[in-house]
Design a protein around this ligand. Structure first.
Ligand code: ARG
Length: 458
């Protein structure tokens, strides 16, 4: 089969080199965007009088026929083509003849591939956006059921202060909301048409770049043709957003795995999202969460692949850039799969409120509230802190909790203690008084929930 570059060459490409060079096996997924871009280009070429209108019409009909045939399974994308662009152009010409050869006027594969990738990633970003929204909605719904479920909050994975499970969950909703924002922001720079940059220098044909961009629903055109063909920032940015999403899901996964362990038993995953062991009959493992955590590594790797591939490239196009696709495609696939499984997994968890409450009862996580109590009675906080530290040490020595100490015992440490110390350190009160903006009290959590819901409705 003839290559696009026939004319200059006397020999066929070596078979091994041909295989090595081809991106068809992985860029075939951009067939639709390639056709969309070509239809827009052919429309503009005729509009500008650069090619005859009959040829443009034949090209467009031919391209749409190819699209229909690919989607119906009637046309298989294979053969010794260098990439999806060559495949479609060759198929077009073999179907409609001479007119097909005019499609590539005032265009190069360099601006063509840059356009296709932008269009493809734009549509994938929209899917990721939908999946993210759905997950945020799931997190919010679960949080809404637990605005007053008391659990133990941790720092350094040591018991710290009582919090509400709803607030803990909403922390993830806010992370994912920022991801949503990042995705939208990324789209601003992605949704720009490079078409018309041609090989690298632009063209002498009287093209209308903005018209093509408008047909494709893009927000503008790239302003420098060298940059137009060699910019892959948009792919790198998306790979970063995917990394960030995976990092958030991975942290969430880590907690889910911990919470499912016998040591915590805060939640139980539904059987339909758990796996067993081939040897240990008692096992119920959180494989899905572990895999989300595990796959985060490859998504980071893809980002590194892209940044490293780009770092030494002279302007403008270099074949190295063909390597952008597998990396960013893998990130997209991975993040989509992870988001799609995470939401129903989370929706199916059973929350063990009693165990959460029991864990909150030990570990002296109301000690800060004791110190706050003393400082509200006039003692400087640092002195109050010290007294409570001594009380905790006393409790450990005497195997008691702060709730179990008598008032006489309290007063041995400070005569500021009165009978109201018990309500000051009551776990429910510890939680319900933290009404500061963003705090853990049920009313603060409800306010956070409203923010999330409002952002989702936008
Ligand atoms: N398959 C190529 C890529 O993905 C398309 C552009 C090829 N351009 C070229 N001059 N060889 O980057």
């Amino acid at each position: 089969m003839d290559k696009l570059w026939t004319g200059r060459f006397k020999k066929r490409l070596n078979d091994k080199a041909d295989d090595f060079n081809s991106s068809l096996p992985f860029d075939m997924r951009m067939y639709k965007q390639d056709i969309e871009g070509s239809v827009a280009h052919a429309t503009m070429l005729a509009e500008q009088g650069i090619i005859p209108r009959e040829d443009s019409e034949a090209i467009i009909t031919g391209l749409l026929g190819i699209l229909t045939d690919i989607e119906s399974g009637g046309l298989a994308i294979d053969g010794e083509y260098e990439d999806i662009h060559s495949f479609i152009e060759s198929t077009l010409t073999s179907r409609i003849g001479e007119a097909g050869k005019r499609l590539h006027t005032a265009r190069s594969r360099n601006d063509q591939v840059a356009l296709d990738l932008r269009l493809y990633l734009r549509s994938e970003s929209e899917e990721i956006e939908g999946l993210l929204r759905n997950l945020i909605g799931t997190v919010a719904a679960l949080a809404g059921n637990h605005t007053d479920t008391v659990m133990c909050g941790y720092t350094h994975l040591q018991r710290a202060q009582p919090i509400t499970f709803g607030q803990h969950l909403l922390a993830y909703a806010f992370m994912l909301l920022r991801d949503l924002d990042r995705l939208r922001d990324c789209k601003k720079r992605m949704n720009i048409s490079p078409l018309g940059s041609c090989a690298l220098a632009g063209t002498g044909f009287d093209i209308n770049r903005m018209y093509v961009a408008e047909i494709l629903g893009m927000d503008g055109v790239s302003e420098n043709s060298l940059d137009g063909v060699s910019d892959r920032d948009f792919a790198s940015e998306l790979a970063f957003v995917a990394s960030m999403i995976m990092m958030h899901l991975s942290r969430f996964s880590e907690e889910i795995i911990l919470w499912c362990s016998w040591e915590f038993k805060y939640i139980e995953l539904d059987d339909s999202f758990s796996t067993g062991s081939s040897i240990m009959p008692q096992k119920k493992n959180a494989d899905i969460a572990e895999l989300v955590r595990g796959k985060t590594g490859r998504v980071y790797g893809n980002l590194m692949t892209l940044l490293t591939m780009l770092k030494g490239l002279p302007l403008a196009y270099n074949k190295d850039m063909q390597e952008d696709k597998e990396a960013v495609f893998d990130s997209i696939d991975t993040v989509k799969n992870a988001l799609a499984v995470f939401a129903p997994m989370l929706a199916s968890i059973r929350v063990n409120k009693d165990n959460m409450r029991k864990a909150a009862a030990t570990g002296f996580i109301n000690a800060t509230d004791g110190a706050d109590y003393l400082s509200s009675k006039g003692l400087p906080f640092r002195s109050a802190y010290k007294i409570m530290g001594e009380l905790v040490a006393y409790c450990i020595d005497n195997k008691k909790t702060l709730e179990e100490l008598t008032l006489a015992e309290y007063r041995r440490f400070s005569d500021l203690f009165d009978g109201d110390i018990y309500s000051a350190i009551d776990m429910n009160n510890c939680v319900s008084k933290r009404v500061s903006r963003g705090g853990t009290a049920p009313q603060s959590v409800s306010a956070q929930l409203d923010i999330i819901k409002k952002a989702l409705a936008e």
